[in-house]
Design a protein around this ligand. Structure first.
Ligand code: SF4
Length: 415
């Protein structure tokens, strides 16, 4: 695993807080791995429905799950959910300080308060005092869209990074008055440049752990791109201790995206399968998009951390994906299945996906060496023959690029 010291900036040193789930505590900040969060979309009063979603989120990679605590029924629901949850639960509280106190009574492992909504100092200090007595941390969740009106006006009727950081600092000062420091902070905005700058300023101003997110990112794929742009930019700068994708989608997609981002950056070890595929080109012998999608669906949920490649042609595919644990490349109506770049089997084109699944399971049970030992003896020679035949038919320039260059030259000469 990349420890962040090579390609990414060294992670900023932050204090550590603990979400003290009895069997699955999660530390945030300090040297704890960057954690993944998501939020349930069920009514929290619906205990079974919410727990089902929490389990699905945990299965998809969420380390921490947030549930709204917006009324007395939700608080009562939390009292039943918290003892049965596999991961720490954060109660999201917006307007009513009594809901924060009720969530603490329900045993939640963390609170999220929006300083733009609960404004009376005595309420904020009361909650912080209660949280302190119970050892429950609080996230100060500043949101560009619900910034305190006074701050909004102070900064010229605009949401600015400075205004968001000041909002967090005002809340922190109340917490300090009661000696409470188990804090993490977020300064989310739907504008990516705004949230990036706000987090940069915040990380200069405090060493409390930071929760990253682009709020109201919207539905995928644009929402995924926006959230990734903001979160990844900050993580690459060494900023951020826990992340949440705020997508208009099934929250399981948020947890998956969070996991995938951290794995892609080398900040978390890969838990599941990584499917790579070539972008296809004039050499492709098969519909790469379809085969890749079919393979993705067939291998969804495969919990072995192997990399699987789907490549459009046997001429370049096995070489381009030689580092993949397992792959398949198409050619002459057949699929060349390879393990670590070595062809182990040649299958009919319509069996490519089934072969990938079979050999992924073989690697899972017997390991790479075990799979290699099962290679068909004639497979490599068959593959070489297919590759040579294709090169004969298509030549080295299967995309006809040289012909295009000639055409361009001709048009330029004629003009
Ligand atoms: S050369 Fe082959 S493997 Fe590479 S992009 Fe084209 S089809 Fe895919």
């Amino acid at each position: 695993m990349n420890d962040g010291s090579s390609s990414l900036a060294t992670r900023r040193k932050t204090r550590q807080i603990l979400l003290a789930h009895p069997s699955n505590p999660v530390a945030v900040g300090g040297d704890a791995p960057v954690s993944i969060q998501s939020m349930t979309t069920t009514k929290t009063a619906d205990v079974e429905g919410t727990l089902q979603q929490i389990y699905a989120l945990a299965g998809a990679g969420a380390d921490i799950v947030r549930c709204t605590c917006n009324d007395a029924e939700a608080a009562a629901g939390l009292a039943h959910i918290v003892p049965r949850s596999p991961v720490p639960i954060v109660a999201d509280v917006h307007n009513n300080h009594r809901m924060a106190l009720a969530a603490l009574d329900a045993g939640v492992h963390c609170l999220r308060l929006n300083p733009g909504n609960i404004r009376r100092p005595e309420h904020i200090k009361l909650i912080a005092g209660e949280a302190k007595d119970r050892g429950v941390p609080i996230r100060i969740g500043v949101n560009g869209g619900s910034l305190d009106e006074k701050l909004y006006q102070k900064y010229g009727g605009k949401v600015t990074p400075e205004a968001m950081v000041e909002s967090a600092q005002i809340e922190m000062a109340y917490f300090e008055e009661v000696g409470f420091d188990q804090i993490k902070i977020s300064v989310k905005a739907s504008s990516v440049p705004l949230m990036i700058e706000a987090y940069r300023q915040l990380s200069e101003a405090t060493d409390h752990p930071l929760h990253l997110g682009v709020t109201e990112a919207g539905p995928p794929p644009a929402g995924l791109v926006k959230a990734t742009a903001g979160i990844a930019a900050l993580l690459a700068e060494g900023i951020g201790d826990t992340i949440r994708y705020s997508l208009t989608a099934d929250p399981v997609e948020e947890a998956k995206a969070g996991r995938q981002l951290l794995e892609a950056l080398g900040l978390r070890e890969r838990k599941g399968l990584d499917l790579i595929a070539c972008p296809s080109c004039g050499r492709a012998e098969v519909d790469v998009i379809k085969v890749a999608n079919d393979a993705q669906a067939a291998l969804d949920g495969f919990q072995i951390p192997i990399q699987v490649a789907v490549m459009g042609c046997v001429v370049n595919g096995p070489g381009e994906a030689r580092d993949a644990d397992l792959g398949i490349a198409a050619g002459r109506k057949r699929g060349h299945l390879f393990v670590k770049g070595k062809v182990v089997k040649v299958v009919p084109e319509d069996e490519m996906v089934a072969a990938l699944v079979e050999w992924a399971n073989l690697i899972a049970s017997d390991g790479i060496e075990g799979a290699l030992s099962r290679a068909d003896s004639g497979a490599a020679a068959e593959a070489d023959a297919d590759r040579a035949a294709l090169l004969d038919e298509q030549g080295a320039d299967a995309n006809a690029s040289e012909q295009t260059v000639e055409l361009i030259r001709k048009h330029l000469a004629d003009s």
